[in-house]
Design a protein around this ligand. Structure first.
Ligand code: HEC
Length: 216
């Protein structure tokens, strides 16, 4: 074995030992309120974008993916399942969003360039279906959501940045609420309690401070 090879293997071995000691010793801070260093953040971001880009090339949007009926159906599901993290017109932050790291993108301000519509749609569909590892973004297909309902959400996301708070409320109220194929009680079924849009409840929720009342 040449000296160079022995040197390279020795260096790799030492690095592996250091990595194990650092991990075993608990020296890596996994807290969501301690940001990554900028270099690590950029590396993760780059890896995620390349990965999603590669995998979403295989997704072909159906011809009718942006139809008005899809937008309408997607609205109720968005309000029930996504708005808490990704916000809604007139709502600029939420408790859960503030604490998540990485922070969920504000999809109300995520406008799609017309030239890129199908590509962005494929990317969004892929992310909604499969989720993103080690972030708060769930793989909604695991929860039972079928492709057709994911396309409805993709259609709604394109419309979302154009909606005023009133238009958003109207479209959510006119939709079927939280209902999508793959829910517990069968296709297009769902828990009737979920059919009434509940976004107002989420927006008004207020903990107050129970201790305050005891202090004179
Ligand atoms: C618990 C919080 C949470 C919920 C609920 C949630 N998401 Fe996300 N979502 C995230 C996070 C965090 C990211 C960013 C992940 C990352 O950057 O690695 C994300 C990313 C995305 C993206 C990629 C956005 C972009 O432009 O890069 C889309 C699209 C998306 N979510 C759609 C949805 C939809 C649709 C729903 C509801 C069915 C939903 N999300 C529910 C947390 C959430």
């Amino acid at each position: 074995m040449s000296k160079i090879l022995i040197g390279v293997l020795g260096t790799l071995g030492t690095m592996a030992v250091i990595a194990v000691v650092v991990a075993y010793g608990g020296f890596i801070d996994m807290a969501a309120d301690t940001p990554h260093s900028p270099g690590v953040y950029r590396l993760i971001e780059f890896t995620r974008e390349r990965s999603v880009d590669r995998r979403s090339q295989e997704v072909t949007p159906p011809a009718d993916w942006s139809d008005a009926s899809r937008v309408q159906r997607g609205a109720g599901n968005y309000a029930a399942m996504c708005a808490g993290c990704h916000l809604s017109p007139g709502v600029t932050d939420s408790e859960i969003r503030r604490g998540l790291y990485p922070q969920p993108p504000d999809l109300v301000r995520s406008v799609v360039a017309p030239s890129n519509r199908d590509r962005i749609a494929a990317r969004r569909f892929w992310i909604i279906k499969h989720g993103i590892k080690a972030s708060g973004m769930p793989a909604w297909s695991r929860g039972g959501m079928e492709d057709a309902s994911i396309w409805d959400l993709t259609a709604f996301l394109e419309r979302l940045p154009t909606l005023s708070p009133d238009q958003y409320r109207d479209i959510v109220e006119a939709s079927e609420g939280h209902s999508h194929a793959g829910m517990n009680d069968g296709p297009a079924g769902g828990d009737p309690a979920h059919h009434a849009p509940t976004h107002e409840h989420h927006q008004k929720h207020d903990h107050g401070n129970p201790h305050r009342k005891q202090v004179p």
